[in-house]
Design a binder for this molecule. Structure first.
Ligand code: ADP
Ligand code: MG
Length: 315
């Protein structure tokens, strides 16, 4: 590549310069062989960038006045122009701290640490979204077993969905069809000291949800996930199937708004199709690429890299 490129100056009164900076990009990921990591690496390299996959948990930080820096496996970490954080739910705290350290060093990050932290707490995300008027399933949160009866009434009674806050991939999400079942499950979870939220069950969604992939304020791809027969959770890990989704204008704007309110530039926003319009179920800060690329046949990885080129240039 040779940059900048110029149009022949005789064609234009003032030559326009087209520039695209070639960058050194780090992907923060624990798993270099994961589809998402590989695809991002591949597309970034195709566009001429240098790419390194960095194991999030092998970075360690020095937090000293005016000179924050990072070591990686015994050596000082190279300078990067952009960081793509891919932080799994199990290492949220350390991952967010590392992203914050890059921010303190003045490095561009594709998703910022505050937004990542917000997204990884389902309850916190819903609270922030509710304040901003984004459509949500009615949701309750309580501590004491003494308040279960009224909590169930508060969210409209059974059937309801009970979720462990720290759960992912559908594990820890239970459908309670009767009041008695709900009370038993809630009591059991509270007794185990789990943090749970109680949610109205959106029956009309018919065991399907919509994953909207938002990049830089636009839905660039969307898929529908349908639960397998006899199951209400549409997660792929629970046997769900995926296909391309066509979105309404309202669904699009809801997904874009949810990502914006949480503060994510790259986000996977999950919607339920309800009788009162799209409802946001959760917002993911490291959405997977495999399902969405396969279901939509779109080059999501390339779109992400292009958006990072644009934003890093302005940074
Ligand atoms: P996880 O983070 O484990 O994926 P989710 O909150 O996304 O947990 O729930 C898993 C699945 O359960 C969703 O993809 C959806 O299919 C189903 N589900 C969750 N909440 C509701 C609800 N309130 N109404 C109907 N279905 C729901
Ligand atoms: Mg989910």
């Amino acid at each position: 590549h040779s940059f900048p490129t110029r149009r022949p100056s005789h064609l234009l009164a003032r030559p326009i310069t087209f520039t695209r900076c070639l960058m050194k990009i780090a992907i923060l990921s624990r798993r270099p062989k994961l589809y998402s990591t590989r695809r991002l690496e591949e597309e970034a390299k195709k566009r001429g960038h240098q790419v390194k996959i960095i194991d999030t948990l092998r970075c360690y930080m020095n937090i000293t006045t005016q000179n924050p820096y990072i070591h990686y496996k015994g050596k000082i970490l190279d300078k990067f122009d952009a960081i793509i954080p891919r932080i799994g739910a199990s290492i949220t705290f350390y991952g967010a701290a590392l992203v914050r350290q890059f921010e303190m060093m003045g490095v561009f990050v594709a998703n910022n640490s505050i937004a990542i932290t917000r997204a990884q707490d389902k309850l916190r995300s819903l609270q922030i979204l509710s304040r901003k008027g984004v459509g949500l399933p009615i949701t309750g949160f309580a501590y004491s077993p003494d308040d279960i009866q009224d909590l169930i009434n508060m969210v409209g009674g059974p059937p309801l969905v009970i979720k462990i806050l720290e759960g992912t991939q559908g594990i820890g999400v239970v459908l309670a069809e009767t009041r008695q079942a709900a009370i038993s499950v809630i009591e059991a979870f509270l007794d185990l000291q789990a943090h749970i939220m109680i949610q109205e069950y959106i029956k009309e969604a018919k065991a399907a949800d919509i994953r909207c992939f938002v990049v830089n304020g636009k839905v660039i791809a969307a898929m529908e996930r349908q639960a397998k027969l006899g199951e209400f959770r549409s997660n792929i890990h629970r046997g769900g199937t995926i296909r391309l989704a066509k979105l309404t204008t309202e669904e699009r704007s809801t997904a874009v708004r949810a990502a914006k309110v949480i503060g994510l530039d790259i986000a996977g926003v999950d919607l339920l199709r309800s009788n009162r319009g799209p409802l946001v179920m959760e917002v993911n800060s490291s959405p997977g690429l495999e399902g969405i690329e396969k279901a939509t046949q779109k080059n999501v990885a390339e779109i992400i890299i292009k958006s990072i080129e644009k934003r890093a240039l302005k940074y």
